[in-house]
Write a protein that binds this ligand. Structure first.
Ligand code: FNR
Length: 227
């Protein structure tokens, strides 16, 4: 039998009431931020803590496939916004009638307002061709990168920094603007900045786009249930 690595274990006990409340508060009050960004720059230490939280996300085979491309330059962010704008016109054309009007009235990005953009990428080759846990589903490396983004989002919330995820782009446009090689997957463009206020429910719900589904309808016991 192998020796238990006691030196590298920490207690798995539950958090104190206060610690638990803080974790749930970060989860429940995290919002996708679009229009509420303030121009104030993000403190370097806070940014590093947020990136460290992202870097401590779980990843398949511990491959840590992520990179974080930080974009502060306003001319570059303007070019990213133009790429969004083109893709958003295409997206808007897919809706009809009232839904199209509502879509047009939604603000779906904070690329120019937020002082920092982060393009999060996934390198499928980070841990060689055979990755523990990825063999039967190649998407596991992308899923790992999404875990990093969620950690980043929650840590930002705890730091009082807002974040918005923008996905309305042609990959090729972001790739060209940021010099990202073909073999690297673009997972998300994140807008980060201080915010004065946050919606207390998802903005898409507040603006009548879609409601939060009842959890009871989404939880199945023992197998799939067709409603
Ligand atoms: C993968 C992915 C991609 C996007 C998003 C999220 C995720 C997870 N969201 C944010 C999304 O609309 C938001 O999370 C939901 O509306 C729920 O709101 P809260 O995040 O709880 O505020 C998002 N929002 C937006 O305005 N423009 C966008 O392009 C995207 N893209």
């Amino acid at each position: 039998m192998q020796d238990k690595p006691t030196d590298s274990l920490v207690s798995a006990g539950a958090f104190s009431d206060e610690e638990r409340a803080a974790v749930y508060r970060a989860i429940m009050t995290r919002r996708d931020v679009r229009d509420e960004f303030l121009a104030d720059p993000i403190d370097d230490d806070a940014l590093w803590r947020i990136l460290t939280a992202a870097h401590h996300a779980p990843s398949v085979g511990f491959m840590q496939p992520w990179n974080f491309v930080l974009v502060r330059d306003s001319a570059r962010r303007h070019a990213v916004w133009k790429a969004f704008s083109k893709a958003n016109d295409e997206a808007a054309a897919l809706f009809e009638g009232e839904k199209a009007t509502l879509y047009r009235n939604l603000k779906l990005e904070g690329i120019l307002k937020a002082p920092l953009g982060i393009c999060v990428t996934c390198d499928p080759d980070r841990a060689g061709p055979v990755v523990l846990g990825r063999t039967h589903n190649p998407r596991m490396d992308s899923y790992s990168t999404v875990c990093a983004i969620q950690n980043l989002w929650l840590a930002a919330r705890a730091e009082g920094i807002g974040m918005g995820w923008v996905s309305i782009f042609h990959d090729a446009d972001l790739r060209a603007l940021l010099n990202i090689p073909e073999r690297i997957e673009i997972v998300g463009w994140l807008c980060l900045g201080h915010v004065a206020e946050l919606y207390d429910e998802p903005e898409l719900q507040v603006k009548g786009w879609r409601k939060r589904l009842p959890l009871e309808d989404l939880v199945f016991e023992e197998g799939w249930q067709e409603n």
